[in-house]
Ligand binder design. Structure first.
Ligand code: MG
Length: 377
C-alpha cells in the first residue's frame, strides 16, 4: 500500500505572498490540486500536511479526492513529515512538496519502482551548471559536474525505514537540520538511490513562477464557393450567401482552422488525420461537434484553451452583422468567456482567389494552459 505525503505547511515567504502559495491559483486552479490529481491515481492514501490556519481551505479542495485527508504539520519540515509518517497506513511512502505541481505520472511510477528495487527513490536531475562550494565569497572546492545532482521530490522510502530515521534524528536533536527526507535517510539508514526526474517538475518559489504556463497553436483552412446552397456556416452560424462552400463536412472553415490550431498547440496530428474526408461518417458533419471532439483530445493531453483569435478573409458575403454570434458560439464551444475570443473579418482588396470571390480562408491562433493531469472539465 502506498501513502503520498504532500508537504503543504510552508508559508510561501520567499514568494512574498500573504497566503500559502499552494492555495494560490495557477491557470485557474489552486496549486495543491495539481499534485493531488497526479498522486491520486497511484497512492492508496494521500496525507496533506498543513498548518492549522490553512486547514479549512485545504479540506475544501479535498472533496474530489476521497482518499486524501489533512494532517497538522510541525514547527519545521522534518517535524511535519514525521507527523504524517506516524499516521500513514502505507508500507511505502512518497514524500512530495505540494509546491511542485508539475510532477508527472512517470516520475511517480519511477519513484515507486525505485523503492521496490533499491529501498528508496529520490527524484533528481544532473547539474547543468558547474557548481562550486564557497565560503565568504571565495571558492573552496569545485566538484566534478558529473558527480553533482540537484534533488527534487517525490522521494520514496519504506515507511518503517524513514520513520526510524526521523526517530533517531529527533533523539539526536538533529532533525531540524535536514532540508529533505533523503538526507535524513542517508544519515541514519543508507545512501538513498537517485532516479532521473524532469525539468518540468520545478518548485514554485517566486511570484513569476505563477504566471500561466501556456502553449500557442496556429491553424489555417480554405474552402471554395460553388456548392448549390444559400448560406455558408462559420462557427455553426448560418450566413446568407449566393453559394455554399464545397466540403465533405458542413464546410465550416472557421471551425476547421480553430480545430487545427488546438491540435497543433497540444502537439497532436491535424484534423485530416482524426476526421479523414474519405470517411463517410464525416459526410456533411456538423463541424462544431468535431470541434467538441478535438477539445476532448486536447484535454486528454492535459491542456485547456486560454484564448482563441480568428481572422476570416472573405470578399463576400457580408460578415459584420454575424460577428458577435460567431464569437459567442466559438466561446461557448471552447468553454471560454467571450472576452477571451477575438473574431476579425476582412476582404482581400480584390486580390487573389479571396479577392475574386472564389473562396474563404480563415487563420486561427489559440493558447492552451497546462491543467492538472487527470482533471476533468
Ligand atoms: Mg476544412
Amino acid at each position: 500500500m502506498i501513502t503520498a505525503v504532500l508537504c503543504a505547511a510552508g508559508k510561501g515567504e520567499r514568494a512574498g505572498f500573504s497566503e500559502n502559495k499552494i492555495l494560490r491559483e495557477l491557470n485557474g486552479l489552486p496549486v495543491l490540486v495539481y499534485s493531488l490529481s497526479a498522486f491520486s491515481a497511484k497512492a492508496d492514501e494521500i496525507l496533506v500536511v498543513c498548518r492549522e490556519e490553512d486547514e479549512n481551505a485545504i479540506v475544501r479542495l479535498l472533496s474530489p479526492f476521497p482518499n486524501a485527508r489533512t494532517v497538522r504539520g510541525g514547527a519545521f519540515r522534518g517535524e511535519s513529515v514525521y507527523r504524517a509518517l506516524e499516521v500513514a497506513k502505507g508500507d511505502v511512502v512518497l514524500v512530495h512538496d505540494a509546491a511542485r505541481p508539475f510532477v508527472t505520472r512517470k516520475i511517480i511510477d519511477d519513484c515507486v519502482e525505485s523503492v521496490g528495487r533499491y529501498g528508496s527513490g529520490v527524484c533528481s536531475l544532473p547539474a547543468t551548471d558547474t557548481t562550486v562550494l564557497a565560503e565568504n565569497g571565495t571558492v573552496t572546492d569545485a566538484p566534478a559536474r558529473r558527480t553533482v545532482f540537484t534533488v527534487q521530490t517525490p522521494q520514496g522510502f519504506y515507511k518503517d525505514d524513514l520513520l526510524s530515521a526521523y526517530e533517531r534524528a529527533f533523539a539526536d536533536g538533529t532533525a531540524e537540520r535536514f532540508t529533505d527526507d533523503g538526507s535524513v535517510y542517508a544519515a541514519y539508514v543508507a545512501p538513498p538511490r537517485l532516479f532521473t526526474g524532469d525539468r518540468a517538475n520545478r518548485k514554485l518559489t517566486y511570484p513569476e513562477d505563477f504566471r500561466p504556463f501556456d502553449r500557442t497553436g496556429f491553424g489555417v483552412d480554405t474552402h471554395a464557393f460553388g456548392k448549390a446552397q444559400s448560406f455558408i456556416t462559420l462557427a455553426g452560424v448560418r450566413i446568407p450567401s449566393e453559394s455554399g462552400l464545397i466540403a465533405h463536412s458542413d464546410g465550416d472553415v472557421l471551425a476547421h482552422a480553430v480545430m487545427d490550431a488546438l491540435l497543433s498547440a497540444a502537439g497532436l496530428r491535424d484534423i485530416g488525420y482524426y476526421f479523414p474526408d474519405t470517411d463517410d461518417r464525416f459526410a456533411g458533419a456538423d463541424s462544431m461537434k468535431l470541434l467538441a471532439e478535438v477539445l476532448r483530445l486536447v484535454r486528454a493531453e492535459g491542456y485547456a484553451p486560454l484564448n482563441a483569435c480568428v481572422s476570416v478573409l472573405a470578399e463576400k458575403p457580408r460578415l459584420s452583422p454575424f460577428i458577435e454570434e460567431i464569437k459567442g458560439n466559438l466561446a461557448a464551444a471552447l468553454a471560454l468567456p467571450t472576452n477571451a475570443v477575438g473574431v476579425a473579418a476582412g476582404t482581400n482588396e480584390k486580390l487573389g482567389y479571396v479577392g475574386e470571390g472564389k473562396g474563404v480562408t480563415v487563420y486561427a491562433t489559440v493558447s492552451l494552459a497546462k491543467r492538472p493531469i487527470g482533471a476533468e472539465e
